[in-house]
Design a protein around this ligand. Sequence first.
Ligand code: M6R
Length: 365
Amino acid sequence: EKGGYPDFMLKEIHEQPRVVRDTLVGRMVGGELDIDELGLTYEELNLIDRVYVIACGTSYHAGLIAKNLIEMWARIPCEVEAASEFRYRNPIITPSTLVVAVSQSGETADTLAAIRDARIKGAKVFGITNVVGSPVARESDGVIYTKANKEIAVASTKSFIGQVVSLTLLSLLLAQVKGKLTTGQVRMLFRELGDTAEQIQWIFDTQAEAVHEAALACKDAHSALFVGRGMGAAIAHEGALKLKEISYLHAEAYAAGEMKHGPIALIDPGFPVIAVTTKSPTYDKTVSNLKECEARGAKIIVVATEGDEDIKQIADHVIYIPPVRDAFCPITATVPLQLLAREVAIMRDCDVDQPRNLAKSVTVE
Ligand code: M6R
């Protein structure tokens, strides 16, 4: 049932191009974006003036990406919050608040409790889940299914990609309803979104050796830092979580601009710094942060855009992804970090599918 792969994690990572395609099937109807299971009319959507994305773990990281997209495209203020925090404070909720609950399993206790609380306070709740008929699906006003199919490895990979694609669709819809993007712009972006399926495949076909070399450079470390800016920072958080949960190597993620406010003190010769330096509006800024790490002897590993030769001047290891619009970069740039975490875990003799102390569904608080 592992389909010829040595573990479920690798099988599921390789399913990601299919997940992108399946999540988009039926979403462009007669040239219009269609999310008919929303449970909210366009009039109701148009009234939304605040969005909270609530989730845990990897699903929370998908929320960090959604915040960037919703604020960039739809210009609606969006906060991302761990469900375990959201449920115990008194968030500002009005009838024009949209709460988006993201949960692969659809049964995470904190996320469910947060949904219930938000609905009592009058918010509209929209669920994004991988499990049909799950509590999150049942208790939300509307739901998008991520089409990842059953995920067995405890570390989420393909469901994360399904969540990010689904949240991208929701962001596009909000932008269209709010009149911030035209239907023509939405169609163009939708097409580009679909291209990420082939771009992920390209990573599998061409970057395996680069990932392996980078993993060798990390495997004996005691700690690693993941950095990036904007979308890159969100990707860095997911990369760090993957590495720590399956390889038991301590990893932390920082927005690259925060390095000099503390974490740079950790850097000594050989310390791995893993950076997302894809071509984006903040590329130069991230590179200059990396130079400061390089000057202190860090081992620099980057995920960069194919064709960027200059980055080799500071990076010890480069893993390339195809050129992609910054908005869609998380869908491809996360993939090398999933592969890196898995290789490091295997080199450290860890069980990548069943990491210690973790469960696939966290149904207790
Ligand atoms: O099923 P959920 O998406 O609600 O689960 C949330 C987290 O427990 C989950 O993402 C966890 O962090 C994974 N082990 C990450 O790989």
